[in-house]
Design a protein. Structure first.
Length: 109
């Protein structure tokens, strides 16, 4: 089961009401991660099972993050995938790079 989050920047008022993370009961063909684009100043959910890790606006390669445990800690996909224990990082605002407030909204299948 995946999770749904909203994010908001306390400094510049950037908001995103719905981001998805995880994979649904249908299987790994729906494997969602969150990826910021600092050039376009946005954050979006990407299905890494079927989509390229590129921004749809500027075509820049994205560095996805995966939320863990609803405690505002994220897992840096590229840096931490093979390391243990993974280094804990916070999701930066794509506009001002301040730590985003992350709120769990629910689950999806």
């Amino acid at each position: 089961m995946g999770s749904t989050y909203s994010v908001e920047c306390p400094k510049c008022s950037f908001k995103r009401k719905s981001l998805s993370d995880g994979f649904g009961m249908a299987g790994f063909q729906y494997n969602m991660v969150c990826a910021p684009c600092f050039k376009c100043k946005l954050v979006r959910s990407i299905n890494i099972a079927s989509e390229e890790l590129r921004c749809k606006k500027c075509n820049r390669e994205l560095d996805p993050y995966v939320f863990r445990g609803g405690d505002r800690i994220v897992f840096d996909f590229k840096e931490d995938y093979e390391s243990y224990p993974p280094r804990k990082k916070y999701l930066p605002c794509p506009r001002c790079k301040t730590e985003l407030d992350i709120v769990g909204k629910g689950h999806w299948d």
